[in-house]
Design a protein around this ligand. Structure first.
Ligand code: UDP
Ligand code: MN
Length: 464
C-alpha cells in the first residue's frame, strides 16, 4: 500500500500485447459491459486505480457502469471518503455495500444481480487494464453467448507495483488442475478452467447457470465450480490473448475468513462441494486420495446443484476429461490408492515424521512429538512407493537425509513399507528411515529390524 499510494491513480502501463493485436478489427455491435469489482478491506489507492484504469481503457459506449460491491470492509477510508471520491464519475461508478460479510463468491453473485449491462466482467480490486482489453472479450461473447472470456493476466509487483507480463510472449496458456485441486496452468489448446478472478460472461447466461453455488463460502473452488459447470453443461471458456489485465499477486491473504470457523479449511469444504456435484465417482476418489483427512466431512445440501445438472442434461466429468481437460491425465496422472496416510510414527514412542516448515528444495525434514493435527505431520504412502506431502513428495536428500521434493510426473517412488517390521526402506539401497529419540533427527541408516527407532507405523489422524 505504501508503494501503491505513491503512484498515480491514472498511470500508464506498458502495452504487453502481441503486435498482431494492434491490427485486429472487431465488430461494432458489441454487447455492453458492467465491470464488477468486489472488495474486502482493499487499499484505497489500488481500488481506485482499478476503477480509473477500467474507465480510461474502455470505450465509453460499451462501458455501462462500474459496480463496486463492498464486502463489509471495516477500513475507514473505504467509507465516506470512497462515496465522496466516486461522485466525480457522475453515476458511472456505483457502490453497494453488503450488510454482512458474504465472501468474494457470494459478493460476485450479488454484483451480477445488481448489474445492468449485457455482459458482466469481474475484476479484483487490484488490477490495471491494458490497451483495448475489453473489446476482444466482448467480441467472443457476441460470437457465442455461452462463452466465458478470460483476459490474459499480467503481473503487478506486490512490492513496487512494477508491471510486467507473466507469460512467454508467443505462448498461449490455459488453466487446469491437479487432483488436490490446486490450480495449475499449461500451454493451449482450449481452456478447461480459469484462475477465478478476472473474466467476462454474458450476464443472463451467468444467472441461468445459477451463478456460483451459493453453498460455496468466502474464497476458493469457485473457479472450478464455474469451469466444470460451463463446460459440462454446454458452454465454453476461452483465454483471450489480445486482452491484457494486470493483477497484483499477493504473497499472503490480507483478510480472515470471517465468523465461520469449521474444523477443516473452508476452501476444502468448497472443493468437496464441487467434487460431489461435478465429478463422477472414480474421479472423486482421486481427490480424496490426495486429501484423505476430509472424506465424509459434512458439506451441506447439494440437491439444488445436482438437480441443475440433471435438468440441463450436463455431460459427465469423464467427457470433460477426455475432451476438454485432456492434458491433465498426462501432467497429473491419477494418484494410486494410499496404503496408508496420516502420521508416520515410531511404534514404541510418540515421535512422528515432521516437515517442520520445510518446502520443496529446502533442507532435510525431521521428527518431533506427534501432535495428531496433520499439518507438517501428515503424509500419504501410496501403493507405488511414493510418500506424498501435500502436493509434494518425500525423497532422499544427500547421502542419508530425507527432504521434500517436487513430485515426478509418474506417481511412483522408491519407498517400501514393511508391515511386519515397520521398516521404511529406501528401495534396494539397504537404507531405512530412522528417527532419533531426541534432537528431531530423521535420516537414512543401514536397515536394522531390531532398532526400535526404525520401526514405524502409519497412523490415520482425525482432524474433525
Ligand atoms: N474479496 C471479497 N470478500 C472476501 C475476500 C475477498 O470481496 O471475503 C475480494 C478481494 O478484495 C478481491 C477479490 O475478492 O477484490 C479477490 O480476492 P483476492 O484478490 O484475495 O483473491 P486472489 O487474487 O488471491 O485469488
Ligand atoms: Mn486478487
Amino acid at each position: 500500500m505504501v508503494a501503491s499510494d505513491k503512484i498515480s491513480l491514472t498511470r500508464n502501463i506498458p502495452d504487453t500485447r502481441l503486435d498482431e493485436c494492434k491490427y485486429w478489427h472487431y465488430p461494432e455491435d458489441l454487447p455492453t459491459a458492467s465491470v464488477i469489482i468486489v472488495f474486502h478491506n482493499e487499499g484505497f489507492s489500488t481500488l481506485l486505480r482499478t476503477v480509473h484504469s477500467v474507465i480510461k481503457t474502455s470505450p465509453y459506449r460499451l462501458l455501462k457502469e462500474v459496480v463496486l460491491v463492498d464486502d463489509f470492509s471495516d477500513k475507514i477510508d473505504l467509507k465516506g471518503r470512497l462515496d465522496k471520491y466516486i461522485e466525480q464519475f457522475n453515476g458511472l461508478v456505483k457502490l453497494y455495500r453488503n450488510p454482512e460479510r458474504l465472501g468474494l463468491i457470494g459478493t460476485r453473485s450479488k454484483g451480477a444481480t445488481l448489474a445492468t449491462g449485457d455482459v458482466i466482467v469481474f475484476l479484483d480490486a487490484h488490477c490495471e487494464c491494458g490497451k483495448n482489453w475489453l473489446v476482444p472479450l466482448l467480441a467472443r461473447i457476441r460470437q457465442n453467448r455461452t462463452t466465458m472470456a478470460v483476459p490474459t493476466i499480467d503481473g503487478i509487483d506486490w512490492n513496487d507495483f512494477h508491471y510486467s507480463p507473466v507469460y512467454n510472449k508467443h505462448s498461449h496458456y490455459r488453466g487446469i488442475f491437479e487432483w488436490g485441486f490446486l490450480y495449475k496452468e499449461s500451454e493451449v489448446p482450449k481452456a478447461p478452467t480459469h484462475a477465478g478472478g478476472l473474466f467476462a460472461i454474458d450476464r443472463n447466461y451467468f444467472i441461468e447457470l445459477g451463478m456460483y453455488d451459493p453453498g460455496l463460502q468466502i474464497w476458493g473452488g469457485e473457479n472450478f465450480e464455474l469451469s466444470f459447470k460451463i463446460w459440462q453443461c454446454g458452454g465454453s471458456i476461452v483465454w483471450v490473448p489480445c486482452s491484457r489485465v494486470g493483477h497484483v499477486y499477493r504473497n499472503h491473504m490480507p483478510y480472515g475468513f470471517g465468523k465461520i470457523n469449521p474444523k477443516i479449511p473452508v476452501i476444502l469444504i468448497n472443493y468437496m462441494r464441487v467434487v460431489e456435484v461435478w465429478l463422477d465417482p472414480e474421479f472423486r476418489d482421486y481427490f480424496y486420495t490426495r486429501e484423505p483427512t476430509i472424506r465424509g466431512y459434512p458439506i451441506g445440501n447439494i440437491s439444488e446443484q445436482l438437480a441443475f445438472k440433471e435438468r440441463n442434461k450436463c455431460k459427465s466429468f469423464k467427457w470433460y476429461m477426455d475432451n476438454i481437460a485432456i492434458e491433465v491425465y498426462q501432467m497429473f496422472p491419477p494418484p494410486p490408492p494410499n496404503i496408508g496416510w496420516g502420521e508416520i510414527k515410531l511404534r514404541t514412542e510418540s515421535i512422528c515424521w515432521d516437515a517442520r516448515g520445510e518446502s520443496a528444495g529446502g533442507g532435510p525434514i525431521g521428527s518431533s512429538s506427534c501432535h495428531h493435527m496433520g499439518g507438517g505431520q501428515l503424509f500419504r504412502f501410496n501403493k507405488r512407493g511414493q510418500i506424498g506431502y501435500g502436493e509434494r513428495c518425500i525423497d532422499k536428500y544427500g547421502s542419508n537425509q530425507i527432504s521434500i521434493h517436487y513430485c515426478p510426473v509418474d506417481p511412483s517412488g522408491r519407498w517400501i513399507f514393511e508391515e511386519k517390521t515397520g521398516l521404511i526402506k529406501y528401495g534396494e539401497s539397504g537404507l531405512c528411515a530412522r528417527a532419533e529419540r531426541v534432537g528431531g533427527k530423521l535420516s537414512l541408516e543401514s536397515c536394522d529390524p531390531s532398532d526400535r527407532y526404525q520401526s514405524f507405523e502409519i497412523k490415520n489422524i482425525k482432524i474433525w
